[in-house]
Ligand binder design. Structure first.
Ligand code: CTP
Ligand code: MG
Length: 187
């Protein structure tokens, strides 16, 4: 991969981990993931993390991953622009969105332990929890793919562009969600 390819593919291939965050806002509601339970006087996760949001978001990401893989196959470029070869590709396509929503829930767990209420701002944590979750579950289930795209062979350019672009996208999307009345706060 050239540095430019690595940078662009690094962001493109992470779309199935980025979109679930917004999809969760649309699907969310119903039973909270912590079933309303508290720990040491604070909710475990809070009402902002629901099962519908978790699975709605994660499955949206899986569908997107399959679409991106289809695009890469049509272009005959599944190593650079896709998730590698089947069946291993499926592991990546599942790991990124489920890791993303798990990271998001872990972020809320930390926010509650820090005494921040649901929806309170937590700089850095709010912007990166889902990317970190996606990369960690990816490293667990498909380490070679993650290392090849975000570390080895210019992959580091992918990681760097991803870390630059994500807070900007996160901010932009949340302002749009707020204006559309889907979110109570613009962050
Ligand atoms: N959401 C959900 N289930 C999830 C994740 C998100 O239902 N697993 C929905 C909730 O309606 C949530 C909204 O998406 O309020 C925005 O998500 P987020 O900003 O992550 O949650 P917050 O409400 O800000 O709560 P927290 O402080 O715990 O991050
Ligand atoms: Mg929030």
């Amino acid at each position: 991969m050239t540095p430019l390819e690595a940078a662009l593919a690094g962001v493109w291939l992470m779309i199935p981990a980025l979109v679930p965050n917004s999809a969760a806002v649309i699907f969310g509601g119903g039973t909270p993931m912590d079933f309303g339970r508290s720990w040491r006087g604070k909710r475990v996760l809070g009402d902002g993390k629901t099962w519908r949001g978790f699975f709605g978001g994660a499955l949206t990401g899986v569908v997107l991953g399959l679409i991106l893989m289809g695009v890469a196959m049509l272009l005959d470029a599944r190593e650079v622009w896709g998730y590698g070869d089947w069946p291993d590709a499926l592991l990546v396509i599942v790991a990124l969105p489920f890791g993303s929503m798990t990271g998001d829930a872990a972020g809320s767990f930390l926010k509650r332990r820090l005494g921040k209420d649901r929806g309170a701002k937590a700089p850095v944590l709010d912007q990166y929890n889902f990317v970190i979750g996606a990369l960690l579950l990816g490293l667990l289930l498909a380490p070679n793919w993650v290392l090849d795209h975000y570390y080895n062979d210019n992959g580091i350019y992918g990681l760097v562009l991803l870390l630059i672009v994500v807070p900007l996208l996160h901010r932009g999307v949340n302002i749009i969600g707020y204006k559309m009345g889907k979110k109570d706060v613009p962050w």
